[in-house]
Design a binder for this molecule. Sequence first.
Ligand SMILES: Cc1cc2nc3c(=O)[nH]c(=O)nc-3n(C[C@H](O)[C@H](O)[C@H](O)COP(=O)(O)OP(=O)(O)OC[C@H]3O[C@@H](n4cnc5c(N)ncnc54)[C@H](O)[C@@H]3O)c2cc1C
Ligand code: FES
Length: 390
Amino acid sequence: MQESMNMEKGVDRGQGRSYRGVLARVGPGRDTWRWLGQQLFNRENPAMYFDPLLESINPLWAQRYIPARVEAIEAETHDSKTLTLRPARRWGGFRAGQHLNLEVEKDGRWYSRPFSLSCSPSHWEQDGTITVTIKKVADGEVTPWLLEHFEPGDVIGISRAYGEDHTPEPGRPMLFITGGSGITPVLSQLEAMADRHLRNPVTLLYFVRTDADVIGGRKLEALAERLPNLELRIVAAEQDPQNPDHLGPHHLQAVEGLTERDCFLCGPPGLMKHAQNLLADAGVPEEQVSSTLFAVGPGVVVTEDAGGTVYFTRSGLSAESSGDRRLLEEAEAAGLNPRYGCRMGICHQCSCRKTSGIVINQQTGQPSGHGEETIQLCINVPQGAVELDL
Ligand SMILES: Cc1cc2nc3c(=O)[nH]c(=O)nc-3n(C[C@H](O)[C@H](O)[C@H](O)COP(=O)(O)OP(=O)(O)OC[C@H]3O[C@@H](n4cnc5c(N)ncnc54)[C@H](O)[C@@H]3O)c2cc1C
Ligand code: FES
């Protein structure tokens, strides 16, 4: 109840409205709701069952997601925009380099898509806002619609923040290598450094196709003013098609003290893999390199002996898997609605208890043990009969 009240106070801060009286009538505590939801509707919270009614009264009362009001929308490039959001107070905040899922209903179907926070945590702490910066995937289901559909004043759904905390440490020299929209968590990290007045030597190698594709250009300029030790190198790799300048050893050779640096990579899988190989060749220790992929990498392992019966023990359903669909998709095809976020093994929101049987991790090709353990539904396929607590 306290949470719901805070939610309204958070979103309506400064607008002078309060729904406290109405929300105070919501009775049982969060654990009770969760237990009931799982038992009755396979949902974290059965109040979600009443969402259509609640949303028709006030969109901020929805339970299936955390509501956030769109405060502003700013164009970054021809195909990307930054949304400033004011989440409900119960949202809980984030650390630099983390992500959230936007939860949107399009044509009667719910979609969940991961995006990184593109501002420093101080925005949330000081004025209750956050930003996400979204680049359109031309043939994408959600991003083209999302960038056209929302206007300031609308309410959008978000998940809690997840992913590794990449708050920069004081003193350590750093190298960021990013491509395209992979700049977004780096904007958060650099801004967090500026807020803390850190003076680490930092080089940012930011690869874009052309000068017109620079995302976060205004913010980077402002950060260069605030971070005297920031060396900003934006490479428009295809500006001159006759003479492209993609990431190569020459870019790394120009980074002073490269092998001493903590390296953070973010962007499309191809660029990340290439950067990892170049850094290894240049002698940067593996433990100094961390990466965030912005899409599923190639390396999905196909296993011949995959497949078997999947028993969803809590709901009493089952599915015959031929091994070509991951457990998340099997569950959805069986009519279940398990929780998920990125659908690519990053966020752990799809974690589920396997009570027996073997599953194969399709990203590594590694089989699990036979016994009880927590697995990620979105990256595993069964190998023989499997029982899931779902
Ligand atoms: C942890 C994480 C953080 C992310 N943060 C950001 C961010 O801050 N800003 C941002 O713009 N994007 C970010 N992304 C990528 C973003 O989630 C996807 O671009 C988005 O989900 C695509 O949704 P869609 O429905 O439009 O495309 P879909 O309908 O899901 O995909 C359509 C087609 O595009 C391909 N595709 C999907 N995503 C990409 C991609 N990124 N690049 C190239 N091809 C792709 C798919 O394989 C498919 O063929 C992040 C991804 C992850 C995993
Ligand atoms: S949905 Fe994110 S790890 Fe499975």
